[in-house]
Write a protein that binds this ligand. Sequence first.
Ligand code: MSP
Length: 510
Amino acid sequence: MKFYITTPIYYVNDIPHIGHSYTTIAADILARWKRLNNYDVFFLTGTDEHGAKIAQAAKEKGISPEDLCNQMSAKFKAVWQLLNISYTDFIRTTESRHFESVEKIVQTLFDKGLIFKKKYEGLYCVGCERFYVLKDLDENGCCLLHKTKPVLQFEENYFFKLSQFGDELLKRITDATHQEHIQIQPEERKNEIIGKLKLGLEDVSISRTTIEWGIPLPFDKSQTVYVWIDALVNYLTGIDFPKEEFKKYWPADVHLMAKDILWFHSVIWPAVLMGAGIELPKKVYSHGFFTLNGNKMSKSLGNVISPEDLVSKYGVDSTRYLTVTLIPFGPDGDISWEGLTLKYNTDLANNLGNLLSRTLKMAEKNFNNIIPQTKPNLYLANQVADILKDSFIYNMENIALHKAAENLQNAITLVNQQIEQDAPWKLAKIDKDKLAYCIYSYLQAIDIIAIHLLCFMPEIAQKIWHSTGATGNIEDIAKKYFADFNIPDEGFSVENAKLGNPGILFPRFP
Ligand code: MSP
């Protein structure tokens, strides 16, 4: 089975910050999760390189738009590499393959009579790359997101007959039994979209006369394709549209993004696809926006946290974990350095780190780093597996990443509690056989935890796996495990295997 997941393609006028990495890490965790479940995964990300905003940013820097795009897309790629993002492809909208696919879509809409020419006067926000009407703006006439006044523009543009698609779209969004149902999540955001759809849709401009930095319209080269239409089509280009092969992965299983661009993904994009006679994506999921100490992160406020800042403090895998679990996945939330460090210490240093280091220390001290001979037992591993079997899987499938992480933490806590109860430090003096039995059981439980941790923390899960003396490649074993939930009778870490020393995985912060 296939699974096609996408992130938004990011504008290259900004450097990658943790807002971008939030979505991308989440998508990566889901992609890895599906791979572990034996899906043929296509994971697409990339950069959005056309439009007024990019042309303006390049001008301000005194460089050509091409140079800006090259520099910035390289920066995004470098950050994704740092964060161990396992994308299948990275698309840039300035690539020739993308021109071909955009031309195909707009030409198809034109041939079907869904595009017409109209004189238009409107208020354009370059930050959002979209027209607004007065009621969308605040009391000072400013865009709610950028707090700047949109510019009045008068153009003769080509329009897409979006208004024709409102009723059909409403059906496909609200009727879960519809053959081409499009699921919008979370529920509250879906309801907002439905509310707006019920007010009726207006046709939208899909070309610009004044913006040269874009893809020329195939049927009128004096205009360029509106950057949002250009951008959305990346989801087709990335999987080889217009070649028929694109159907190997289309329809997309999940388009992931934040709420700021949900309208484009849940209304404009499906309407364009319907117009072009292409199936709709199955799910559009919009997570919340996070603020930093109560403020919007922005270059002008100077409070942008970069993914590199996080990595240099917490390391790659902990950054991945913290980024997606600090606020519930879905609603808006606020983050702070204090909150990040607290979560790091609680979940990673004190819970997971402590479990591993105390287990390994006991084995080192009492059994010379060798898994002791004992009656193989999986009672703790089975308890951990049971806790995770339903809840973790349910939450991963429902993109409730913070809840899946919470399930993992509960499983870790359970093992730590069992250790407290067994008091192995006492057993070391009075009952070595019982101690061997206990340590064996902890190691088996830790292996099950590592298997579930793999999509969140790929490197650390791997280190844990080696340190417990588990054999085989963790990814292969995890794939097998998620197919039948079978744990071999002797567990994954067997008698007499040598334990490894992973070093301190999570140094505690004061
Ligand atoms: N280029 C368009 C998207 C086109 S997709 C066909 C765009 N780019 S963007 O660079 O502005 O990225 C917006 C996305 O970045 C959000 O939808 C979200 O995925 C992510 N985020 C940026 N800042 C964020 C927060 N502060 N919080 C959460 N996500 C954030 O829009």
